[in-house]
Design a protein around this ligand. Sequence first.
Ligand SMILES: CC(=O)N[C@@H](C)C(=O)N[C@@H](C)C(=O)O
Length: 791
Amino acid sequence: MSRTLPLASFTSISNKISSWSGTLAASPRFSPLFFSSQPRLSLFSSTPISHYVKNLPAILAMDSSKAGTVKELPVGLDEATEEEYASQCKLLQEFTNISSIDKAWVFKSESGIGSQVMFSISQPNLLANKRRKFMLSTSILKESNNNVNFQWAPFPVEMTGVSINIPSPSGSKLLVIRNPENESPTQFEIWSSSRLEKEFWIPQSTHGSVYADGWFEGISWNSDESLIAYVAEEPSPCKPSFDCQGYKQGAAKDKECMSWKGQGDWEEEWGECYAGKRQPALFVINLNSGKVHAVKGIAKSLSVGQVVWAPPVEGIDQYLVFVGWSANLRKLGIKYCYNRPCALYAVKVPLYKSEAAESDLKSMEELTVVNLTQSISSAFFPQFSPDGKFLVFLSAKASVDSGAHSATDSLHRINWPTDGKLYSSTKIIDVIPVVNCAEDGQFPGLYCSSFLSKPWLSDGCTMILSSYWRSCQVILSVNVLSGEVLRISTADSGFSWNVLTLDGDNIIAVCSSPIDVPQIKYGCLMDKATNTTGWHWLNVSSPIFKCSEKVTSLLSHLQFGIMQIPVKDVSDCLTKGAARSFEAIFVSSKVNNAPDPLIVVLHGGPHSVSLSSFSKSLAFLSSLGFSLLIVNYRGSLGFGEEALQSLPGKIGSQDVNDVLTAIDHVIEKGLVNPSKITVLGGSHGGFLTTHLIGQAPDKFVAAAARNPVCNLSSMVATTDIPDWCYVESYGRKGKTIFTEAPSAEHLTHFYSKSPILHISKVKAPTIFLLGAQDLRVPVSGGLQSRLTIAV
Ligand SMILES: CC(=O)N[C@@H](C)C(=O)N[C@@H](C)C(=O)O
């Protein structure tokens, strides 16, 4: 069996962070390295890749104490290695080609019997560094034996150039938005079941691209399907130009000769993944007239997102509810950063029905905006109950208040006034509070990265959602009136589950494991009357996750388990939750005559989690004959707030020791060969990787670090999240002492926490994968370290 470490596989490790997986391929941080000629991510190494390809089997075969001698190995690919490398590339493509379901929508079928489902599917196009998106539909037929039969369309249809699809509330229309790649207009299309009904072209002078990022993104049809509210980039500001007559206000045409066009005022952006994106603002399009209205009255300093129409009230102008992030000071990076304060706002908007659009516009000047959630530091994902009587929302207040970039969520409710009179002093009711320390086997708290667009069961008060529960993603039912939370996906297998959509009171979901490709499941509530007797999950056969025979056969030889790792040095723990065991997912071959070489896999954040779901890149690595130890060290999401908050202030020690404890655990069990251990991780996972090879130099024979945080004292000056450096290095205190101008004492403290402190001890050959335009963990830190490690 091959033992060559496949370099190309490090490109999509972050796909495990499910809320953002759709955007990674296009991000400057995560561009595939070996399948793209893009300049944004380059391999910064003085040594050719072939050196590692050729020598890693040798490195892995070496005694770890001799790892330092790797420098003397010859450079170049022999024929056998080249062939092996080519076959691994082919296998990687086979894994990568497995499709993923991004979204699904259910429609009542025309006949009234059964339903139809539209699946939005995607597949990476490695060579183009893009994703192919397509749609596949199916009819669900309920059979007499309580079974369901999904009848799939023979082929999917590619959605070229489509940014977003949103069906109307009745399901009779489909909005398709095509964002331009240049300065062209944005295209809105309204489709019926048989044809394109309407088409609108919105010029850049009205607004830029519609947000389709899964965060600011918000598109909402009103109840009579005549208006759509949405979030788009503000129109670009006028740029001054200069010609032989001097200064001119307003833009010069790009091609005008003898003139120089200025950039205009500098506009702040929301950091990594938002480079070049203008401020998100609120718009409403009237589908009868095609007129687009910018919603007025919203403070300039507010970035808006996640808009929804409030329930209509007879004879009264309607409210739009949206999330607002204010940025009076500097806009810090927002991706992965739930610690940015935000609130729900309501704005009364005219119905845009009058003939005289001018009067609509005039009344809009007088609009006032009400902050509905003033008493809480974070409120997002607004969701009205089906009867419109209450508004439910998620809060990351634990994250905002502590400064940790992500933490345990809480769920809240506001009773919505039926008379349309709104006040900012509206009472906020707690539905699911933050769980500090979960008892064994009990709900560990809410960790929710998205809501369904229609998450309600027919009782009107039960929401179905996905959340992290230790190393698994699970499906929960939440009664938003009583606060009752039930884990409704099966708990025994260690699989991860994700809800896709609801079909009435039934659930369409996927479940998978590190060694099982996703499987579609259809969940039925067994006893509707009492609502308590649990869910029955049917297997649905589907063409979507079909993979090659080779992949199926390789996966069938693997096994996995989730290990409980007891905390060492419990006496150092300040809270009960911090002393509780953490977890590691262990994947290995079923036939273990001699233990396979091990790859330790470390997620970033650090407040993120590696789930027990299928990851193509990790399954590829295990198929090649590596065991995997995927460690959810303390600080990961899914384990309660006390365990999470035990890490800030102790990065580089507590997390490093947790990983070493997990490694010792598998060594003691005789599951791995201690002289064939490698480690990989990105971002904070790269921080851990580089710390580990410095602090435990004899433990690792090779390492791979993607965008690693190597030197906090240089990162603090260049990253889009300098506050992260403070909170993670100092703990809670970091939030209060954060400054854009770190003192010498701060810089010394950052240095003392950084992997670079240990660099002289490193022995393991290490590959660095760096994003040249990474705003989060700028390339300079990795460059500085690789020059010093210089393998
Ligand atoms: C909050 C954050 O982005 N932290 C980075 C240092 C990090 O580790 N990011 C992870 C999520 C990544 O994989 O990029």
